[in-house]
Design a protein around this ligand. Structure first.
Ligand code: URA
Ligand code: SF4
Length: 252
């Protein structure tokens, strides 16, 4: 029974990958992972069981980010976008900055790029968005979605650093060039960085203290413009799934 459902899920996922993630259709939620046995990407426990992480994240958001005026984006934002998901997540996604929809709703990755990210997580990885934590380098939207400036990244970076220090995920995925370059403190292009794990240093200083494996991959907004690159992102995601001990699709 359990094996059947694993096989069905693997087959479904395989079909979804070629059919949906690589294509552009709507995707239904897959049934939740069967109880027992397999590791999940998120905390199996509720918010009360994240060892105070949820409360610390909430305090960071309520007491610092929501009222932040450390850069000029505070003047043009509608709402700050702290990020959302499980405080006990084993996997954290980091994007660039809120876009139009995110700024309106106060939530990360809820626009078109967010829909593709959801497909990657749900159809591709076979887990739920609630299992992971999703946030951005910048917590406020740059006008007209322009690239974040170096000053803005410098001003906002400590919030992201603190979020990661609180969550302490096992693995991170940097979505797109600004996130990858910021987190890895490098000027290398995303095309060069992706495809293998790098080390994110929680201290913010390369080589100092504990590090978390980080997989850079293409930003979903880029994949919407260049669907031919989706296969590479899927390869990257499979390396992350392997690292997390999640059952791989395409191997059923
Ligand atoms: N692009 C991002 O980088 N982040 C979002 O939250 C939405 C779009
Ligand atoms: Fe503060 Fe970051 Fe928003 Fe700038 S982008 S105002 S540093 S929260």
């Amino acid at each position: 029974m359990a094996t059947d459902s694993v096989n069905v899920r693997a087959a479904l996922r395989q079909q979804l990958m070629s059919d949906r993630l690589l294509g552009a259709r709507a995707v239904p939620m897959l049934p939740p992972a069967p109880a027992g046995g397999r590791p999940r990407a998120g905390a199996a426990a509720g918010p009360a069981d994240t060892g105070g992480k949820a409360e610390r994240l909430q305090a960071l958001n309520e007491q610092q980010v929501k009222a932040c005026k450390k850069c000029d984006l505070c003047q043009t934002r509608t709402r700050t976008v702290f990020g959302q998901g499980s405080a006990g997540a084993r996997l954290v996604f980091v994007g660039e900055a809120p876009g139009y929809e995110e700024d309106k709703q106060g939530l990360a990755f809820v626009g078109k790029a967010g829909q593709l990210l959801t497909k990657m997580i749900v159809a591709g990885m076979g887990i739920s968005r609630d299992d992971v934590f999703i946030c951005n380098v910048l917590k406020c939207r740059p006008p007209n979605n322009r690239d974040p400036s170096a000053d803005e990244i410098l001003a906002c970076g400590p919030y992201l650093q603190e979020q990661i220090a609180i969550i302490q995920p096992e693995v991170m995925i940097a979505l797109g060039s600004p996130a990858a370059k910021t987190l890895l403190n490098t000027a290398q292009s995303i095309g060069k960085l992706r495809g293998r794990f790098h080390e994110y240093f929680v201290s913010g200083t390369t080589g100092v203290g504990p590090s978390i494996p980080l997989m850079p991959t293409y930003h979903p907004a880029y994949l919407l413009r260049s669907p031919g690159e989706k296969r590479k992102t899927w390869d990257d995601i499979q390396l992350v799934m392997e690292r997390l001990g999640l059952p791989q699709s395409g191997q059923a």
